[in-house]
Design a binder for this molecule. Sequence first.
Ligand SMILES: [Zn+2]
Length: 423
Amino acid sequence: MSKEYVTVIGLEVHAELNTQSKIYCSCKNSFGAEVNTQCCPVCMGMPGTLPTLNEQVVASAVKMGYALNCTINPVSKQDRKNYFYPDLPKAYQISQFDIPLCENGYVDIWVDGKEKRIGVTRIHIEEDAGKLIHDNSFAGSLVDFNRCGVPLIEIVSEPDLRSSKEAKAYLDTIKSIVQYIDVSDAKMQEGSIRCDINVSVMEKGSDTFGTRVEMKNVNTFSGAVRAIEYEAARQIAILEQGGTIEQETRRWDDQKGQNFLLRSKEDAHDYRYFPEPDLQTIVLEESYLSQIKDSIPELPNKKFVRYLTDYDLPEDDASLLVASVEKSTFFETMVAFGDVKPKSISNWILGDISRIMNETGKALADLEIDAKGLDALLLMIDENKISNSAGKTVFEEMLKTKASPEEIVKEKGLLQISNSDAL
Ligand SMILES: [Zn+2]
């Protein structure tokens, strides 16, 4: 009989920061420009050039550190990670090794109806590499250096995740947080958020982790789910046949649904890390740190749980509202009046209001909804003074004419007579 196994997963998420310029030069940090038009001698790694750290990169990383409950190191340094690859013109990447900006944090994720806390080992800043382009019309590889020096934060989790489902929930949470605090646009299709995945398996009941295998450059969250399931099954099959797992790095091919050996065992010393001599130590004042700490809004994962517990909303409603800052803000404005059930308000925002936003392509603010007027309208529906379908007509009229719901109901004779004596 085959044994039961537990999958152990740790994730390294790379998020490109949405700063105006790159991390060590003044080149523009934007996606989609013509190849090799956004680079300079600094980000191309020409001899004799010197990097200058973009302060905004530090601010964004610290912000993320506070959002993930990390300790922020007031003194940290930058290091060279040496490796040779054609998309890296300097043949080293400036990163952070032993003293990252942020350490020892956590994030709460929501899985199967409850919260689970996932440890965050560290968050550090580093520069992105260029991009290799493979084209059938050309026998070799082409290089686009525009991405060289694009600022990244790498968020490393503890090996606390136990299934592909938990990994997906973690990734979704990280993505929504970087968007909420506005440090990255997290557009997966543009590669601005991607991850490396560490997977190992151990027998159920064991407390000793198995040998881990790293999968590089998984570009979509659904791909991450497939990659984890594939790799766990591959390792279990090897163990079941009496084999052993080798520590190695594998490349996930989402189209083939398989991974392939990239290189065998690699450790930190293979990168010959050493302190970057061209950059100063990063020293952060206490007042600077507390200013950033105070700027962190309520985060989407916390807001989600609050909507479930305080307003008794179903998970789907809560996650849809929380996913949009403007919808959740409007929802809370309406709830604060205290007149209508939160679920009725949620139904309107996710129903008619969202539909009108889609149809008109307008943001919620641009619809100029009179919140107090909508509150009065929903109250009339709740009290059966008008029907739900009449309510929709009144709402559309309110948007058009800016008249009050009472006026529209009177004018259109929509009042529903539910009093049997009156009838
Ligand atoms: Zn540059």
